[in-house]
Design a protein around this ligand. Structure first.
Ligand code: NAP
Ligand code: ZN
Length: 385
């Protein structure tokens, strides 16, 4: 693969149809997080403006900001677990009112017309969904300067077309709800697709980090048996406390052997290069390993075990708008929240280090930026002009 040399563009001044907003991002590949102003599109038509209350930190933010996916561009403002309060609506908005709590997940636009979009799977849009951050504005529902890429949720506010905004029940725990918009739905969608919604299956979850722990909680609440699969035994007590029935240490051949052919489906959230053949023997015959982690190195899979067992290796990407709303409503009904640590924006670099370090998110938690508190910290705001 040709190495991608990330572009580093200056941030242009706001156009007439934009306003300036505080954001925390990376100005270039090597830099740490800093505070700067970004142009945000002003409200028009069906656009909903919300002030940001919380934004979760996903390992995908790190992958993209560090060019692991060979597609980074700068300045980079990540964040695709956005939770806020509506402060302005466009004249054509029908679904949202001022003061309501809303969420936005991993995308803010898609073509809206292809087979995937029409079926409610906008994440698989044939023309490509528009990611909440780092994406070119191609489908027309993101306003402002068309040359700018989208900026994510590590910021004071955002403006998004109402069809890509989600309703958050007012009495949900707001601090902990943001991560449902990526970590939650990314586990909910494959569980729904591979027939686990009604329970009664055995679900393996590999990688007990932000996604993995949400997967344990959601799969369990659906009525499934959950097998947590982790690189060491350090997370056993934690995984069991979150609902895992069985704990497998993937680096221990005996632990794998003791659990061979037990899982109806395995959701693999590992964020670093790995050998997926380690996990296949845990599958029952005619079952599926679903790749979810954002690793880019190709895998080597031997045909014969696949044929003999009729195993499938599949992939799954976040979830569509309707499915995401279903996931929020499911988590609300069952009081499912991620375990979170709330931080201020000046600790984003530190939080990324926790996800990227040797221990691999040692506490299986989601770091969530408290935006209001961060905006009060004069020492980490853009310099006044
Ligand atoms: P995270 O909190 O950092 O957790 C990742 C987990 O992967 C770690 O807790 C660790 O689990 C495991 N891991 C790390 N290095 C490993 C290694 N070398 N070998 C085996 N296991 C290792 O990350 P996250 O936010 O949950 O995200 C997980 C992955 O999913 C990321 O790659 C992210 O980009 C991707 N993602 C995909 C989608 C999608 O739609 N498909 C959506 C969101 C995120 P143990 O300590 O238990 O071994
Ligand atoms: Zn994510």
């Amino acid at each position: 693969m040709q190495p991608h040399i990330p572009a580093v563009d200056p941030i242009p001044k706001c156009q007439d149809d934009e306003y300036a907003e505080v954001a925390w991002g990376k100005e270039n590949l090597d830099g740490k997080f800093s505070a700067f102003n970004i142009p945000r599109p002003k409200v028009f038509g069906k656009q909903v403006k919300f002030e940001m209350l919380y934004c979760g930190i996903c390992h995908s933010d790190c992958h993209m900001g560090l060019n692991h996916w060979n597609n980074a561009n700068f300045p980079f403002v990540p964040g695709h677990e956005l939770l806020g309060k509506v402060v302005e609506v466009g004249p054509e908005v029908t679904k949202f009112k001022l003061g309501e709590t809303v969420g936005v997940g991993c995308f803010v636009d898609s073509c809206g017309e292809c087979e995937s979009c029409k079926a409610g799977f906008e994440q698989y849009c044939y023309k490509g969904m528009t990611g909440t951050y780092g994406a070119p504005k191609v489908h027309g529902r993101v306003g402002g300067n068309p040359k700018l890429r989208t900026f994510g949720g590590y910021t004071g506010s955002n403006v998004v077309h109402e069809d890509y905004v989600l309703k958050i029940p007012e009495d949900m725990d707001k601090e902990k709800t943001a991560p449902i918009l990526c970590a939650g739905i990314t586990m909910y969608s494959p569980l729904a697709n591979w027939n686990c919604l009604e329970g009664g299956k055995t679900v393996g979850i590999v990688g007990i980090g932000g996604l993995g722990t949400m997967g344990i909680k959601i799969a369990k609440a659906m009525g499934n048996k959950v097998v947590a699969i982790s690189t060491s035994n350090k997370k056993e007590a934690m995984a069991k406390a979150k609902g895992a029935d069985v704990f497998v240490v993937s680096k221990d051949a005996d632990s794998i052997k003791a659990n061979v052919a037990t899982c109806d489906v395995i959701l693999n959230t590992v964020s670093a290069d790995h050998d997926l053949n380690t996990y296949l023997p845990l599958l029952k015959k005619q079952s599926t390993l679903v790749q979810i982690g954002g690793v880019t190195s190709p895998h080597t899979i031997v045909n014969f075990p696949l044929m003999i067992n009729r195993w499938s290796v599949a992939g799954s990407l976040i979830g569509g708008v309707k499915e995401c709303q279903d996931c929020i409503d499911f988590c609300y009904k069952h009081s499912i929240y991620p375990d979170c640590e709330t931080i201020e924006a000046n600790k984003i670099d530190w939080a990324w280090d926790q996800l990227l370090g040797e221990g691999g998110n040692p506490d299986g938690i989601r770091y969530v930026i408290d935006i209001k508190k961060s905006l009060q910290n004069e020492s980490f705001l853009p310099a006044k002009e």
